[in-house]
Structures are given as C-alpha cells and as structure tokens.
Design a protein around this ligand. Structure first.
Ligand SMILES: O=C(O)CCC(=O)C(=O)O
Ligand SMILES: [Fe+2]
Length: 348
C-alpha cells in the first residue's frame, strides 16, 4: 500500500497529455455503429466532457428502469420484514416509491446505493457494443470496465445525494492520476436543473492535476473541492467555465476523471435516477486501492469477447471498502443489513 497511499491533491508529477487533445486516438475513417462525429470526441479532450443528447435505444434504458424497480422492491421487502417500515408503498412508481420508504427509514437510499449487484440490464448497457464503440474513440480498442460504478438515487430535497464539486480521481489512489478513465453518466429520466442534473467546470482537466479536496461535505461521504481551490489550482474561472448539463432520457454525459463536476439539489418531486459507468485501458491500474480490479470488455484482437461478469461479481467493492475502513477506524458493531454508514472516501 505504501506507494499507493492516498494523498489528496499531493502529487509531484502531472500528466496533462493523458487527458488533453494529445491523447485523442486516431479516429476511424469508417464509423462503427453508434460512433460519434470527430468534433464531439475532440470536444471531450478539449473541454473534458461532451453531452450526447440522444444515444440509447428505448428498450435498453427501459430494461434498466425495470431492474431498478425490482431492486427497490427487494429493499422495501427487506426493510418491511425487519420492521423498519410499516408500508411497502407498492402503489408508487419508480420516481416516487423510494422517497416514501426514505421518509420512514432515512438512509434507505444509501442502502440502495451500496447494493453492489449488477442486474443483467446494467451489464448489457455497460458492455453494449455501440457504447463500447464510442469508448473506443476515446481510449482505443482495449477496454476494461472500471470497478467503480454507481446507481444514484437522488431523492427530492435530500442533501445526502447532492454531490459537491470534485474530480473523480480524488476518490481513487494516485495511480489513477495517470490514466484516462471515461465516465458515462446516464440518467433514467430527463435530467434537469430542477431535479439535480450535473454541472461541469469545463477545461478544469487541462492541468492534468488533482487539486486538494476536503473531506467530507456536510456529514456525507463526499470529498469536496472548494471553488477557490478550483480557481487557484486548476485555472477554472467559476463565472465563465461552469456548464449546466441537462441530459434528456436516452442521452448521456461523457466525462474524464480530471474534470471537476458536481450535481445540484433535487427540488422536483421525482427521484433523479442515474447510472455512472466507467472504462479505461486494461494496461494501467484502476487506482482503487487494490480493493477490486476491472472487468475486461474488449480487446483489439477480440472485439466481441464474452465478458466474465462472474469473476467481477465475486468481489463486493462496498464490503471490501468497509472492511478496510473499519480496520483503520474500529466502530461499534452495527447490523450490517441496515447499516447506512458509507465508507465513502473510497467511493466515486
Ligand atoms: O450523479 C451524481 O449526482 C454525481 C455523479 C458523479 O459525480 C459521477 O458520476 O462521477
Ligand atoms: Fe464524480
């Protein structure tokens, strides 16, 4: 561990060339299905992000919505059996049910965030050939899924799900500072200013540097990048560079691991569900404290490989992170099943 110990923002070397236009792979002359125009890929490298308004097929995302409904139902049943909630709230749909559960059992959404199982629909989305074709435009033909993926449950008026400014690498160990990791942030409904869509600080990645983050924001597990620090260290102009990123259902936001971003509070009446999925080259460390490795999805010689999800699923990253944290900071025994504590500094 010694050489990979996390030192937030303390790095001697910076790697701007890993993240800026110099890293853009040569684009294919003939586009594969789903691939984006070169100008959008260029924007990803120059600005640190790109919005793709329309990308997914309805069936792919509808399958994810159904899978989430099943996860919420499992959670409701579990809490009901344990006497933690008195009602199953079955009459409410995907965009309301968890809010009611949360009212009776605050922290329910954290339990859900921590459930590490990948439903088939998420696996299909993450490794879908069209999406990998786009990822290939950014990192080349060897592609590994990163172990940190999230199903986010941004329930209305809930501070615990408002994510402050950060660079994703601040959650990872120093080895992640030298590898381009691509995130697809995919909403399961139209993500708007009202329901807490994302904001990015355009070009904040160009220094190739992780600024100093504070831990932790308002009693949550989120590390936080102060605006002054963004201006001083990353040359961000908070008046000019901050871009609101509303994303329609069916679209996505692509980000790199150095560009600062945050999400706004949800002042709507609906839950803002989203998935964030990541990829990088298999040749570099995923920078996740050796807690869990990535999952190979495609190689140059084997572009249609079968993904070994079984191996990937053997390790529950939340349990691993928890164990590591509890060894470092022993706490009183808690009932695992209902524990809403989150070992967050290890969770992007
Ligand atoms: O969905 C959010 O609110 C935050 C997402 C985020 O920070 C990420 O995907 O890296
Ligand atoms: Fe993030």
């Amino acid at each position: 561990m010694a050489e990979t110990k996390r030192q937030l923002g303390q790095q001697e070397k910076v790697y701007p060339e890993v993240f800026d236009l110099r890293a853009m792979p040569k684009q294919p002359e003939e586009k594969k299905p789903g691939q984006l125009p070169d100008s959008m890929i260029k924007q990803f490298f120059e600005e640190g992000y790109v919005i793709v308004d329309s990308f997914f097929q309805k069936e792919e995302l509808d399958a994810c919505r159904l899978a989430i409904e099943a996860i919420v139902d499992d959670l409701a049943q579990m809490l009901y059996r344990g006497g933690k909630i008195k009602n199953l709230y079955k009459e409410y749909g995907l965009f309301q049910r968890l809010t009611h559960i949360e009212e009776e059992f605050p922290g329910a959404n954290i339990l859900l965030h921590k459930q590490g199982q990948l439903p088939q629909a998420f696996k299909d989305l993450w490794s879908s050939p069209r999406l990998l074709n786009v990822v290939e435009q950014m990192i080349g033909p060897d592609i590994m899924g990163h172990p940190v993926w999230n199903l986010r449950t941004k329930t209305p008026q809930n501070e615990a799900t408002t994510v402050p400014w950060h660079q994703d690498s601040a959650y990872l160990d120093n080895r992640s500072y030298e590898v381009l990791q691509v995130t697809a942030w995919i909403p399961l409904l139209d993500a708007t200013r009202e329901n807490g869509c994302m904001e990015v600080a355009a070009r904040g990645h160009l220094k190739g540097k992780v600024a100093t983050h504070q831990c932790c924001w308002g009693g949550t597990w989120y590390v936080m990048l102060e605006e002054q620090e963004m201006e001083d260290t990353l040359d961000v102009d908070m008046k000019k560079d901050v871009v609101l990123c509303p994303i329609p259902y069916g679209g996505m936001l692509l980000l790199n691991n150095m560009v600062p971003h945050r999400s706004l509070g949800n002042i709507s009446n609906d839950i803002r569900w989203s998935l964030d999925l990541r990829w990088q080259t298999p040749e570099k460390s995923v920078g996740f404290y050796d807690l869990k490795q990535g999952v190979l999805m495609r190689t140059k010689d084997n572009p249609n490989m079968t993904v070994n999800w079984e191996d990937f699923n053997k390790i529950d990253r939340h349990a691993e992170a928890r164990e590591k944290v509890s060894k470092a900071f022993p706490q009183d025994e808690v009932d695992e099943e209902y524990d809403t504590y989150h070992p967050g500094s290890m969770d992007v």
